[in-house]
Design a protein. Structure first.
Length: 331
């Protein structure tokens, strides 16, 4: 379920014990992929300001198109990658062992079901065609929207459409709505004036979480270094949220993304950056979307149901909250 625009399971405790005994390669930086998503672009702030060096951790942050970062992680060219947590499941099901050690955010409006003029509610999609990239995040959002309105996926006809092409498809009149994320949602509104979002991820908080997935071996060999990466993240988040530095944060993130700060401000608004308290709470096992366990269980069921992979994944094997549990604001 890739965010395909410009955007496995944890080893056993015994294996981790063995890996922990291996010598750390202190002279080798942690190789981390990050991409064009508001919950991740803030890492450019740390790069520009030298915060990794100040934290005492050697990091090689590598900028990717999102899909390319997943490929690089799968190929062993990265020690960690910032991903939608549902994609971590896909990576693992395909053989790339990974474990989530931190959450940056959940989508809070950036993912949208956008409808043509005249359609103002999800219920009006009954019997209509929806352009969507089948098997990806926006289909999961569509299913959630339909269920919230007492409908099933059978109520609509899916037209499999590459997400980057959805603005043209909506403007052509061949579909009643599309599943899309920012900045492509803005492109669709420009292509078809009067189109509007009839359901967004703001109505499904926790459906789409984002965070840092790392290789179990790297985590076992470099736990202190990964803890320092988390420390840098909360410095970034504070810089973004502080009214005194917010404008500078937007300027840096917008430059990395290639848009104006005014535009990027809207993208940040559609991304709920998780406070440490919220992140700790999300790592507590539970069945609902307020827990990463419940959210991943929902994504796993979606993946199996739609043939993204065949075998249900063991969700707990993808999650390691030890570093977040141990982290304190004083760090």
């Amino acid at each position: 379920m890739k965010r395909a625009f410009k955007f496995a399971s944890l080893v056993s405790a015994a294996a981790l014990s063995v890996l922990t005994c291996l010598p750390a390669q202190a002279d080798t930086p942690l190789r981390i992929g990050f991409s064009d998503w508001p919950g991740w672009t803030g890492w450019q702030i740390a790069i520009d300001k030298g915060w990794f060096k100040q934290a005492g951790v050697d990091v090689d942050m590598q900028w990717f198109d999102y899909s390319a970062s997943l490929d690089a992680f799968s190929a062993g060219k990265l020690d960690g990658d910032f991903v939608a947590t549902s994609d971590a499941l896909v990576e693992g099901a395909n053989g790339t062992k990974n474990v989530l050690i931190m959450l940056t955010d959940y989508s809070d409006g950036n993912d949208q079901i956008l409808a043509k003029p005249g359609i103002t509610s999800v219920k009006q999609l009954a019997g209509q065609k929806v352009g969507i990239e089948v098997g990806l995040l926006e289909q999961m959002l569509l299913e959630h929207a339909l269920k919230a309105n007492g409908m099933s996926l059978n109520a609509v006809t899916l037209v499999n459409t590459v997400t980057n092409n959805t603005p043209q498809v909506l403007a052509s009149g061949s579909v009643a709505a599309i599943g899309v994320w920012q900045p492509i949602a803005d492109q669709a509104r420009l292509a078809l004036p009067g189109s509007r979002a009839i359901y967004t991820s703001a109505q499904a908080p926790g459906l789409i979480y984002d965070g840092l997935a790392v290789s179990p071996q790297s985590l076992a060999e470099h736990p202190e270094e990964w803890a320092k990466v988390i420390q840098v993240w909360y410095r970034i988040e504070a810089y973004i949220n502080d009214p005194k530095t917010h404008a500078d944060a937007l300027k840096i993130m917008a430059a990395r993304d290639g848009v104006s700060p005014q535009i990027y401000k809207r993208y940040v608004k559609g991304t709920h950056l998780l406070s440490l308290t919220e992140a700790k709470a999300a790592f507590v096992p539970g069945p609902g979307l307020n827990s990463i366990y419940g959210s991943d269980e929902n994504a796993d069921a979606f993946n199996v149901r739609n043939g993204v992979y065949k075998t249900p994944q063991v969700i707990k094997d993808y999650i390691n909250s030890s570093l977040i549990d141990a982290y304190k604001e004083s760090n």
